[in-house]
Write a protein that binds this ligand. Structure first.
Ligand SMILES: C[S@@+](CC[C@H](N)C(=O)[O-])C[C@H]1O[C@@H](n2cnc3c(N)ncnc32)[C@H](O)[C@@H]1O
Length: 181
């Protein structure tokens, strides 16, 4: 699914317009959990330079090979400890990644790390699936720690983000927030 033409089409028709309306991503974007990289391809239409942090060694190697000619650095690491410099990135993106982490506490550690590496005023953009029967079925036998969209603003604000906004789509919800300037 995550490398399918159908997913590429959903990203182009649903996620791209939302991303464009969220604001400029700037010149140095961090993406965590790119997987096969269709979301990286989407981000490359909006920014010149991407650092992609992927925990799966095989997927990271494949993505590095496929995008070798672009300004994409792929790091094989977990997002909460990738050794990135503080205050560096103009934007951070995480599409359908957080539910793969082991607990809400680890999700919060990932958010805290994204806040640390964003520039002041930098934007966080992301999406997550709803907790419903369909999504649980799709993750049978797989890690699934859903993010509650109602709880998300409180969690992000407690970590230090401002301007949190959650938009509800048919299959997933999208969120944006900023590191205070
Ligand atoms: C469902 S896929 C999403 C892929 C892509 N973002 C998309 O929407 O098409 C989730 C990806 O996040 C990666 N991932 C999960 N936990 C991670 C972590 N802690 N740090 C970095 N990547 C992670 C997984 O290996 C997987 O490639």
């Amino acid at each position: 699914m995550l490398s399918s033409p159908r997913w590429a089409e959903i990203l182009r028709t649903h996620v791209l317009p939302w991303l464009e309306s969220a604001g400029e991503l700037g010149d140095d974007v961090l993406e965590i959990g790119p997987g096969p990289g269709l979301t990286t391809d989407l981000l490359l239409t909006l920014t010149a330079r991407i650092t992609a942090v992927e925990v799966d060694a095989g997927l990271a190697a494949q993505l590095a090979r496929r995008l070798a000619a672009r300004h994409v650095e792929v790091i094989n690491a977990s997002a909460e400890r990738a050794g990135l410099a503080a205050d560096r990135f103009s934007a951070a993106a995480c599409f359908a990644v957080l539910h793969h982490t082991e607990s809400a506490a680890i999700q919060d550690r990932v958010f805290a790390e994204l806040l640390r590496v964003l520039r002041p005023g930098g934007i966080l953009v992301g999406s997550e699936g709803y907790d419903n029967e369909r999504t649980r079925l799709a993750h049978a036998g797989d890690q699934f720690v859903p993010v509650d969209p109602q709880e998300l603003p409180r969690r992000l604000e407690a970590i230090g983000f401002t301007g949190v906004d959650v938009e509800h789509g048919e299959f997933d919800f999208r969120f944006q927030a900023r590191k205070p300037a």
